[in-house]
Design a protein around this ligand. Structure first.
Ligand code: SUG
Length: 423
């Protein structure tokens, strides 16, 4: 392996045509707050496409995952029902567009970290939330296509229940540069006060074993109960890492002193940018989603940029603190706000919408890679087919369902994947 072509690729989940606000995720404060609101799938998908364009214009390589077939008739059938007869909460779970949050698709260990020198991916079982528990078979089908080159990739099925696994949202990797061996950090929850802890330590340990990680360079770190109780249903809403930088809230972890010490011992060049609660409270961190950002290395030695939600600008004190930090001498040199408000209203920020894969793009099925021209074509499909608005009461409407199905068929056909992805 030359290392020359190894780079970080962001795979964004295209927002599906059934995007709606059903309040399905207890512990995700935005999802609860917006339960029952009218959703705008077309606008949501276009916002996601614009975010992908922002990444591309920064010089980053961009990938795409397709939405899933909704309603998930196979799942409803296994429950002994169908979309017409299901109870409302089951119907909503079968209709959810939650696979847009690609950070929950899988956990990824780049080739430089694994025993067999391949990039390993384990699809997340997402068992804690019913509406997310039936994503994995469809996600796995896409992963097996996109990363079918078995010389370069190993794709694993899900960790068995009851061990909850939420994928990359609870995983961080710190390294000198993307292509070099790193330290993989698995963040699990034990208790979240009133809310469920979604990532189980047994699932994290299983993924580390399946990926062939070096135990000496693998850390298992507990989320603070306080963070989960404040709405950090995934660790990636209170911390994000990129190469040698960890950007984190002071209260993200149960025992931060120990974690920081272990990290410094394994990666002496690590820079920990810690945001004190005195500057940004946990509650403001979750409202602003400043940590649910893509922390990316800009090409040509321009340092790192934080691609964060425009919602962060709605909290003037938090925004001012960030601007001051960027003006200082730290590793984060630029703030790039992106409008993903439709996703944000379900608790999904810029980081939730993408899965990072460090690999050589030449090893990936090109149907899952995008440039601006390809995004133009997808945006046209979205404009022509995606429903403009969906209220929760619409989910039983057979004409809406037919339209959602038509949207899916059209985009999957457009990307020449219809032979491979079966509803
Ligand atoms: O799992 N929201 C998602 C948001 C996932 C965010 N991902 C990361 N943090 N990486 C969730 O809670 C809401 C769906 C609804 O309520 O209709 C939802 O599933």
């Amino acid at each position: 392996m030359t290392g020359m072509t190894i780079r970080e690729i962001n795979f964004d989940g295209l927002v599906g045509p059934s995007h709606n606000y059903a309040g399905l995720s207890p512990g995700n404060l935005a999802s609860a707050r917006n339960a029952g609101a009218i959703a705008y799938p077309r606008a949501a998908a276009l916002q996601g496409i614009e975010k992908m364009r922002t990444n591309i214009r920064l010089g980053l390589t961009q990938g795409l995952f397709l939405p899933q077939w909704r309603p998930d008739g196979a799942w409803l059938k296994a429950l002994g029902t169908d979309v017409g007869n299901a109870e409302a909460h089951i119907r909503a779970a079968a209709m959810s567009a939650s696979s847009m949050w690609a950070a929950n698709a899988a956990t990824v260990s780049p080739a430089a970290d694994t025993a067999d020198g391949r990039t390993h991916l384990t699809v997340a079982n997402l068992v804690t939330m019913p509406h997310r528990s039936h994503e994995w078979p469809h996600t796995l089908a896409q992963l097996r296509l996109a990363f079918s080159d078995q010389g370069a990739f190993a794709v694993h099925g899900p960790v068995p229940p009851p061990f909850g696994d939420e994928g990359a949202a609870n995983h961080m990797r710190l390294c000198p540069s993307h292509g070099e061996a790193g330290v993989e950090v698995f963040v699990y929850g034990q208790s979240g006060g009133p809310f469920p802890a979604r990532q189980h330590i047994e699932a994290s340990k299983a993924v580390a074993r399946l990926h062939g990680l070096d135990p000496a360079r693998t850390l298992f770190v507990m989320q603070s109960e306080e963070a989960i109780a404040a709405g950090a249903f995934h660790n990636d809403v209170v911390a994000v890492a990129n190469e040698h930088v960890l950007f984190t809230h002071e209260h993200a972890f149960a025992d931060k002193e120990r974690f920081y010490a272990e990290l410094r011992a394994l990666l002496p060049s690590v820079e920990i940018v810690e945001v004190p609660a005195s500057a940004v409270s946990l509650s403001d961190a979750i409202r602003s989603y400043i940590f649910n950002a893509q922390l990316v290395t800009l090409p040509d030695g321009e340092g790192m940029a934080l691609i964060l939600p425009t919602d962060a600008q709605d909290l003037p004190d938090t925004w001012a603190w960030l601007e001051a930090t960027v003006a200082g001498n730290g590793p984060i040199r630029r703030l790039v706000p992106v409008n993903v408000r439709q996703s944000m209203a379900n608790g999904g920020g810029p980081a939730c919408l993408r899965l990072r894969v460090v690999a050589d793009p030449a090893d990936i099925d090109p149907r899952f890679l995008v440039d601006e021209g390809k995004l133009d074509g997808i945006a046209k499909m979205v404009e022509a087919y995606w429903p403009e608005a969906i209220a929760p009461a619409d989910l039983a409407d057979t004409r809406l369902i037919a339209r959602i199905e038509q949207s899916w068929l059209t985009v999957v056909d457009h990307l020449q994947l219809s032979g491979d992805l079966i509803p």
